[in-house]
Design a protein around this ligand. Structure first.
Ligand code: PBG
Length: 314
C-alpha cells in the first residue's frame, strides 16, 4: 500500500485545486525613494527597475500600479544634504510626499521609514545616545503622522523606540497612527544596494552591529519581537527575508500580530542578476516570494512589487 500524491499534480487545473499559498496584490508593499525637486524620475543605478521620484511625480508613477491593486507604499527619503532638522521638518521629503499621496490616493496606505541614517554625516541610525535617539525618532514619527502617514516604521534598532514613539503619538493626538516595527532586523550583508541608493553608507570598516541583530541568533529575535509588541507595535517586520525564513516561521508561531517580510535590496538584485544572466528562470521571483508567505509572512515589502502586480491576472 502506498499513497498516490501524483494525482494532485496531473495538470495545472488540478495543481491549482491543491495549492496552499497564493500571492495577492494586497500582499505587497512598494518601497519608494523620494528625492527633492520637480519632475524627477530616474532609475537608481545600483537597483535596476527601481526609481527615484520627486513628490510631484508620484501620482503619475503609481497610477498603473493602483489600477492593479497596489494598496500600500513604504517611503524612504534621499536628501540632497545631511542634517537632522530635515527629518522632522514639515517640508521634509517624506512629509511632502505623504501630503501629495494622501490627496491623490486617499485609500492608499502610507507607511514611512523612521530612521536617521540618510541624514547623519556618519551614516549611523543614531546620534550616539540610545534614549536621545529615541526622542528624536518619536519627533520624526509625529511629523510623519501630521503629514498623513498611516503607519510609521522605525528601522533604527534602538532599544525602546516603539515605546517612545507610541507615547509621543498619543500625546500629540495621533493615537490611531499605527507602528510597524522592524522588530527583528539583522546586521546583514544584503542591504548594500539600498545603502548606495539612499546614500546612507558607512565609512569603510564601520558597521551597524552594535544595534542591528547578530545573524547567528534566533531566540533573540523572539525577545526583540515580544519587546516591540509590549511597547505598542501593531505590526512587526522580519528583515531580511530570504535567508531568514526560519525567523519568519518562528515569529509566526510566537506572535499574533501581522507579520511583514522585508525582501531587501541585495536579495532583489541577486535574483535580478541571475535572471538577466539566464542562470535561473524568471519564475524564481514567484517561487521566492511564495516561500516568504509559506513561511508565515502576511505581507511582503519588495522591489519586485511592480513586476508582480503588472503581471498579475485580474
Ligand atoms: C535604514 C534602512 C536600511 C534598509 C531599510 N532601512 C539600511 C540599513 O539598515 O542598513 C535596507 C533595505 C534594503 O536593503 O532593501 N535604517
Amino acid at each position: 500500500m502506498f499513497e498516490r500524491f501524483r494525482t494532485q499534480r496531473t495538470d495545472e487545473g488540478t495543481r491549482l485545486q491543491f495549492r496552499e499559498t497564493f500571492l495577492r496584490a494586497a500582499d505587497f508593499i512598494l518601497p519608494l525613494f523620494i528625492v527633492s525637486g520637480f519632475r524627477q524620475c530616474r532609475e537608481i543605478s545600483g537597483l535596476p527597475g527601481v526609481n527615484y521620484y520627486s513628490a510631484d511625480m508620484l501620482q503619475q508613477a503609481l497610477a498603473p500600479l493602483i489600477k492593479m491593486g497596489l494598496q500600500s507604499v513604504l517611503l524612504f527619503p534621499v536628501p540632497d544634504s545631511k542634517g537632522i532638522e530635515a527629518t522632522y521638518s514639515e517640508h521634509g521629503l517624506v512629509q511632502q510626499a505623504s501630503r501629495v499621496l494622501k490627496i491623490a490616493y486617499p485609500g492608499l496606505e502610507l507607511i514611512s521609514d523612521v530612521c536617521l541614517c540618510a541624514y547623519t554625516v556618519d551614516g549611523h541610525c543614531h546620534i550616539g545616545d540610545n534614549d536621545n535617539t529615541c526622542r528624536l525618532l518619536a519627533r520624526i514619527a509625529v511629523s510623519h503622522a501630521a503629514a498623513g502617514v498611516d503607519i510609521v516604521a522605525p528601522s533604527d534598532m534602538m532599544d525602546g523606540r516603539v515605546w517612545f514613539i507610541r507615547q509621543a503619538l498619543t500625546e500629540s493626538g495621533y493615537a490611531t497612527t499605527k507602528i510597524m516595527a522592524y522588530a527583528a532586523k539583522y546586521a546583514s550583508n544584503f542591504y548594500g544596494p539600498f545603502r548606495a541608493a539612499s546614500q546612507c553608507g558607512l565609512a569603510s570598516g564601520a558597521d551597524r552591529k552594535t544595534y542591528q541583530m547578530d545573524y547567528c541568533n534566533s531566540n533573540q529575535a523572539l525577545a526583540e519581537i515580544a519587546a516591540d509588541v509590549a511597547e505598542g507595535a501593531d505590526q512587526i517586520i522580519v528583515k531580511p527575508a530570504l535567508s531568514y525564513l526560519d525567523i519568519i516561521a518562528r515569529a509566526k508561531t510566537n506572535c499574533a500580530l501581522s507579520l511583514v517580510a522585508y525582501n531587501v535590496s541585495g536579495e532583489y538584485l541577486m535574483l535580478k542578476n541571475a535572471i538577466t544572466q539566464g542562470v535561473v528562470a524568471p519564475d524564481a521571483v514567484n517561487e521566492t516570494l511564495i516561500a516568504m508567505k509559506r513561511a508565515g509572512a502576511t505581507r511582503i515589502i519588495s522591489y519586485f512589487t511592480p513586476e508582480i502586480l503588472l503581471n498579475m491576472q485580474i
